[in-house]
Design a protein around this ligand. Structure first.
Ligand code: UD1
Length: 432
């Protein structure tokens, strides 16, 4: 197994798993039990997928699941919040999966540059161009999953232009270039943050609450309703970049029916691959709950501050919809398959990716304590600016239209995190 030591040594511009060949759709997948079902769901012409930010937390897990599902993956990552060693770990895990199943490992390439760098992007896309008639561009790249973005809420308040430049302007240039090459299947990393204060309105968080054009829908009581475009109470620039990007993509899809665009609204991704080789390992100081809990477990932080103990919830701490990152990663593959099969209800469609049920901050702490058999020192602290007390998905649309559902629990996530810490040598903790 590769060394798990992190290094800051200069990294290759491009690496490739030998040999770089297309693989046919082959025999098995974690997602689909049955070969026929899998084959039907894979794009027929080509299955190269371009993944921006593919070495980050969600990106790395999605890259691994794509490789398992027989897609060739081209990663673009500038390593601003990830480590190049992750590429080898993804390759090791995917290779083992294919060895175990007697199937052929698809290709995995890294292009180490900013996704906004069009002078690097264009030659990359040129390499995958297909001959086409009538001047209509065609590509072997069957879809793009776009993770690369800044995501620290507090930083976005201090440096809004940095966020708008990367997340919004970057997306515009990126989509323009993709369009030039005829690559028009696009999966966008959005966030439950687009629901803003609607999360605590008492209304179930359905996609129809937050739309980009007037939409008719039937509510739970069977009444016809009309949703007007807009969002309510987004509390920070980061959240607004996600909303604005969704809007831009919705307009793009409306202008050109060749585009097929999915915006996936993530709830709270946690956990990691059960192997312990991939985990949440950002370069920047963490602000999300589980990574902070990990710092307490490893002794880097002396205690967890629980922001808010007076929310209107069962134990007073905030409630979130914690979704295992492997389930989340597989949601992208379901979205990609559905898009490439032409089965989306519209050529721009939003989906919640969540479990549909909530756990409190205190639930997370006690689950992690049980799993690790270690106490997690904590203290109550004031509410964090911009937080909401409750944010839980209605996941019906994803289940019905993407045929996707979550399979893993919060306990699984905590066990997998402990395994990651153990394998990484970061702590002696091992899940009990
Ligand atoms: C946050 C972002 C959200 C983003 C998501 C990405 C805010 C306001 N929202 O969501 O826009 O899409 O991350 O993952 O930051 N908590 C503690 N102590 C800590 C850390 C967190 O008590 O040290 C609490 C928070 O106050 C919150 C809950 O844990 O109530 C979850 O926090 P976090 O993991 O940061 O996620 P969100 O706030 O839901």
């Amino acid at each position: 197994m590769d060394s798990l030591q992190r290094s800051n040594a200069s990294t290759p511009v491009e690496t490739e798993s030998p040999p770089f060949v297309d693989t046919p759709a082959t025999e098995s997948s974690l997602l689909f039990d049955n070969l026929d079902e899998l084959l039907q769901r894979l794009p027929s012409e080509s299955h190269h997928i371009l993944v921006t930010g593919g070495l980050g937390f969600i990106g790395s897990h999605t890259t691994l699941e794509l490789l398992k599902a027989n897609y060739n993956v081209i990663v673009i990552d500038n390593l601003s919040n990830a480590f190049v060693e992750v590429l080898d770990r993804i390759r090791t895990l995917a290779q083992k999966f294919h060895d175990d199943n007697g199937t052929k490992m698809p290709s995995l390439r890294l292009h180490q540059h900013d996704y906004r760098d069009t002078s690097s992007l264009r030659p990359l896309l040129e390499d995958y161009r297909l001959p086409s008639r009538w001047g209509v561009p065609k590509s072997k790249i069957a879809g793009v999953i776009h993770f690369a973005a800044y995501k620290a809420v507090e930083e976005s308040i201090r440096h809004p232009l940095k966020y708008y430049a990367n997340n919004v302007s970057g997306l515009i240039d990126f989509a323009t270039t993709l369009g030039d090459f005829g690559i028009k299947t696009f999966i966008f990393s959005s966030s439950a943050t687009v629901y803003g204060t609607l999360a605590t309105s008492g209304l179930p968080l359905k996609e129809e609450l937050c739309v980009h054009k007037t939409e008719e829908y039937t509510d739970d009581a069977g009444m016809k309703q009309v949703a007007q475009p807009g969002s309510t109470g987004i509390t920070n620039p980061y959240g607004r970049t996600k909303w604005i990007c969704e809007t831009i993509l919705a307009d793009l899809a409306a202008s050109d029916p060749e585009w097929t665009i999915v915006a996936l609204r993530y709830f709270n991704p946690v956990g990691c691959d059960p192997s312990g080789l991939l985990g949440e390992d950002p370069r920047q100081a963490p602000t999300n709950l589980l990574p902070v809990v990990v710092k307490v477990l490893t002794g880097e932080y002396s205690e967890l501050q629980m922001f808010g103990s007076d929310w209107d919830t069962v134990d007073g701490t905030a409630v979130r919809d914690f979704i295992h990152v492997t389930d989340l990663a597989r949601g992208h593959i379901a979205a990609l398959s559905t898009a490439n099969e032409g089965k989306l209800a519209e050529n721009f469609r939003t989906f919640n990716l969540g479990t549909g049920s909530g756990n409190s901050v205190l639930d997370v702490v006690s689950t992690m304590e049980d799993v690790s058999s270690k106490p997690i020192p904590r203290k109550e602290a004031d509410r964090r600016p911009g937080d909401v007390g409750y944010c839980v998905a209605v996941a019906d649309r994803s289940r019905e239209e993407l045929q996707w559902k979550t399979e893993k629990s919060l306990k699984n996530a905590c066990e997998d995190i402990c395994n990651f810490l153990h394998v990484s040598g970061l702590t002696t903790v091992k899940s009990s």
